[in-house]
Design a protein around this ligand. Structure first.
Ligand code: BEZ
Ligand code: FE
Length: 286
């Protein structure tokens, strides 16, 4: 060990961990050490830069709470979250995208055709489609959990101090016998990810903005299928080509269309003035 140098140290650190031969932990740890050391050698990291990185991580920790998780935000703006979503998308299934920080368990259940908007400002949007398996068979009884921002780009959960209900603009729907779902809501607007902390400093240092393209969030589950967490975006809307957290995928962009008198629409509690269609595809479990 005393003959260690900047090249042999990588193997020495790997050997110092006595992890189970062939285990996933051993694989993850050793690969991480190799990449971290390679990066450090490649960029010739100075002491000031090394301490700058550690202080940045310390600042992320200082600001983090269960509601404001700066490390997840860092992962998001570095495209790390999106990359994990991409790697874990099953062939043939709907592509995954950001969960984001605003998901809540136990959102209220709605009947098909129900309205999440509850008279809020904004265009009334009909969202409709089908949940299918990768062979194209409809999945009846699939559960669609959705949540979103309002027409000002704010999640009600962020506005509890001004009297908003955290369960507003979220709901759970169950597909019918043909795997179909439909509901109305308000058309969401873009919003910024939090940029008043260290991740905001990083964005500014890189001349980047903090805006997310407007989107609807979904988790879709069905028995015997792998659940998907994803987002739905709208064609020709702001930030669709430069979403701050790299959540947009071509396959997740839907077209917003005005509702015409001649359109045949499913029954809804509130009459929509815009509509979009999106089908979810689930891959089998396992
Ligand atoms: C969101 O989509 O809600 C979100 C995603 C990443 C960071 C902040 C918010
Ligand atoms: Fe969001």
């Amino acid at each position: 060990m005393r003959d260690i140098n900047q090249f042999t140290i990588t193997e020495a650190v790997k050997q110092s961990f006595k992890t189970e031969e062939g285990s996933r932990l051993k694989f993850l740890l050793e690969s991480f050490i190799e990449h971290l050391h390679d990066y450090t050698r490649e960029v010739n990291l100075t002491h000031e830069e090394w301490m700058g990185i550690l202080m940045f991580l310390y600042d992320c920790g200082k600001i983090s709470t269960p509601e404001r998780h700066e490390f997840i935000l860092l992962s998001d703006v570095l495209g790390f979250s999106a990359l994990v979503d991409m790697i874990n998308t099953r062939g043939g299934a709907t592509e995954g995208s950001n969960l984001g920080p605003f998901y809540l368990d136990d959102a209220p259940r709605f009947a098909l055709g129900g309205d999440l908007g509850k008279g809020r400002d904004g265009a009334v949007l009909l969202v409709q489609g089908q949940v299918r398996d990768s062979l194209g068979n409809p999945i009846a009884g699939a559960v669609i959990d959705t949540w979103q921002a309002d027409s000002a780009g704010t999640y009600p959960i962020q506005e509890q101090a001004s009297g908003q209900d955290k369960f507003d603009l979220r709901g759970v729907f169950t597909t019918d016998a043909d795997g179909k779902y439909w509901y109305t809501t308000v058309l969401p607007k873009p919003y910024t990810v939090p940029y008043d902390g260290p991740v905001g400093r990083l964005l500014r240092a890189g001349n980047r903005h903090a805006w997310r393209a407007s989107h609807l969030h979904y988790i879709v589950r069905a028995q015997g299928y792998r659940a998907i967490t994803t987002e739905l975006f709208f064609e020709n809307t702001d930030y669709i080509d430069n979403d701050a957290v790299f959540g947009v995928r071509r396959s997740l962009i839907t077209k917003l269309e005005p509702v015409k008198k001649t359109d045949t629409l499913p029954p809804t509690d509130v009459a929509p003035n815009a509509r979009c269609t999106f089908d979810f595809v689930l891959a089998p479990e396992g």
